[in-house]
Design a protein around this ligand. Structure first.
Ligand code: XUL
Length: 549
């Protein structure tokens, strides 16, 4: 019998999931969460983020993430599990955030004192040198690096060239632009930096007591990694900051054994010398934690923002520059596209039909698929995909017949947008795992199934990133032990959707939506000032599907 620990350091909390494996039997035996604001109020974060005068700046204290790790591992001791059986630990962390360790950090990592808690040891040392060369870490919500994005893009030869090289065009929250800003605005701090870690590799380093590697899953969120070669791109490094190659950890596969849990954790928390497996980003870990270990499966998360992601065997890059390609922890790739107008837009229409989700469902059932030719681009807030800076919904085709039709317009508008903006992944989707708040609504899932022409299953995601990390720890331990297991076997029975939740596509309606897709694309082009009035195209589709729409 063996235990595997998966941790997820997200924006607001640290979650632990313990997986018990006994032969072929596997089950989750512990789930535990610590909220940063509540458990560690002395860092004065709000939802895990430090207050800032500049609305574009978003930072968090790296010492808080370390202290949370110390607390959660001490709390594990209080569980009734016999952790002598703990074989391996891996983790997941919010992507893109960076941690700056000062000169001498490597030796301090290896000599942590088990008699004292961790956090005070990460302050200035006996010789008054700081452990961090920057006390506040920029995180994924930061949008303050537009000038750096532009400079990097220019130096690398344009947005398309950067996307082809690293998997994404330059994004403000990505680590390369953040490092460039730091080197530019605090050259002294940059010079004092021995190692720049991601949140994921920083926490793995604390556990192993030595600088850990960065895995390709999280490395691809930096605008610095050559996506295909899975190593740092000299061109991107050069475009970012001087001497950067010497400050970054090496990139190594996601199943890398970084070393045993360091003496600090063994002595302080009574843990065994378990393997520390490379950590990864939360999205790559969720890919495993939602069971998407083969091409053809996609996850759609319907939350504050809507996200679609799935595994890709080949690194195809989005030519429109809105999607991301990350490394997948399986050794493949993953595509991810994010839409800012998710639940807010749905709630707006729900309020129009009486304010309840039952009314929302009822409206979907009462209105015809295709919505009588009403097409909505639901850009109530600035949109990420496609890039829309000036918000405002754009209506096309025949006027909406009222609040119920508005409900259908928002759901169809969102599903058609997700289908349109995931074609670039080049994957024929046959099944979708739907997660997030709105995925409990079977009528929304029916539209999803009809638009994608794929079976849709509800997935109770819970702690999918932490579960993915625990499964990765198990996978890596099996590999290191020479046994090895197929990914399909690793996720079986754990990272699976609710079997009875299957929603099947209706072929006639899939044909209708297939015809509406280019029409919606024409509406989008028109709204962005790049195409003619789509009205004739909408009428033509209505005519063709007169019985359905
Ligand atoms: C992905 C991204 C977020 C963070 C959240 O590109 O920025 O999903 O990883 O933790």
């Amino acid at each position: 019998m063996a235990f595997y620990l998966g941790l997820d350091s997200s924006t607001q909390s640290l979650t632990a999931v313990v997986l018990q494996v006994d032969g072929d039997a596997r089950r989750v035996v512990l789930e535990h969460r610590l909220e940063f604001d509540e458990a560690l109020p002395h860092y004065a974060t709000r939802r895990g983020v430090l207050l800032s005068d500049d609305p574009l700046v978003a930072e968090a204290p790296p010492a808080m993430w370390a202290e949370a790790l110390d607390l959660v591992l001490s709390e594990l001791k209080d569980s009734r599990l016999d952790l002598a059986h703990l074989r391996a630990i891996s983790g997941s962390a919010q992507q893109h955030g960076s941690v700056y360790l000062a000169r001498g950090a490597g030796s301090r990592l290896s000599s942590l004192d088990p008699v004292r808690p961790l956090a005070p040891q990460l302050g200035p040392g006996r010789d008054a040198t700081a452990f961090f060369s920057r006390a506040r870490s920029p995180i994924w919500m930061d949008a303050s690096t537009t000038a750096d994005c532009e400079a990097i893009t220019r130096a690398v030869g344009g947005a398309q060239a950067l996307a082809e090289l690293t998997g994404s065009r330059a994004f403000e929250r990505f680590t390369g632009p953040q490092i460039r800003k730091f080197a530019r605005t605090d050259p002294g701090g940059y010079a004092r930096t021995e190692r720049i870690h991601l949140v994921s590799s920083f926490l793995a380093s604390l556990l192993a007591g030595r600088h850990a590697v960065i895995d390709p899953g999280d490395g691809s969120g930096m605008n610095l990694m050559d996506l295909r070669a899975r190593r740092w791109s000299p061109v991107a490094l050069e475009a970012t900051a001087p001497g950067l190659a010497d400050k970054l950890p090496p990139i190594a596969e996601s199943w890398t054994d970084v070393g045993p849990l360091s003496p600090y954790w063994q002595r302080r928390h009574g843990l065994p010398a378990a393997r520390v497996i490379a950590w990864s980003g939360d999205n790559p870990c969720s890919l495993v934690g939602t069971g998407l270990v083969r091409e053809g499966l996609a996850a759609i998360s319907l939350g504050t923002s809507d996200t679609i992601f799935g595994l890709m065997r080949e690194p195809r890059v989005d030519p429109t520059g809105t999607g991301h390609v990350f490394g997948a922890p399986t050794g493949h790739y993953m595509g991810l596209t994010c839409f800012a107008n998710g639940s807010l837009a749905r709630e707006r229409m729900r309020d129009g039909v009486g304010g309840g989700w039952t009314d929302f469902s009822e409206a979907l059932r009462r209105t015809p698929p295709g919505n009588g030719g009403t097409i909505l681009l639901p850009w109530y807030v600035p949109e990420i995909t496609p890039h829309v800076a000036t918000p405002g919904p754009r209506w096309y085709g025949r006027p909406s017949s009222g609040p119920a039709a508005d409900v259908r317009a928002v759901v169809e508008g969102q599903m058609l947008a997700m289908a349109a903006h995931s074609f670039w992944m080049g994957v024929q989707v046959t099944a979708i795992h739907a997660t997030g708040g709105a995925s409990v609504n079977a009528d929304i899932l029916q539209v999803m199934a009809d638009v994608f022409g794929a079976d849709v299953f509800r997935f109770e995601a819970g702690n999918s990133a932490a579960l993915g990390a625990a499964l990765r720890a198990w996978h890596a331990d099996e590999l290191a032990g020479g046994t090895g297991r197929e990914w399909e076997d690793i996720v079986a029975g754990l990272a699976e959707p609710v079997a009875s939740s299957r929603v099947r596509p209706r072929p006639g309606l899939t044909a209708l939506y297939a015809d509406l897709l280019p029409v919606r694309a024409a509406c989008e082009a028109h709204a962005l000032g790049r195409g003619p009035d789509p009205a004739p195209a909408i009428e033509a589709v209505l005519h063709r599907h007169a019985g359905n729409a």
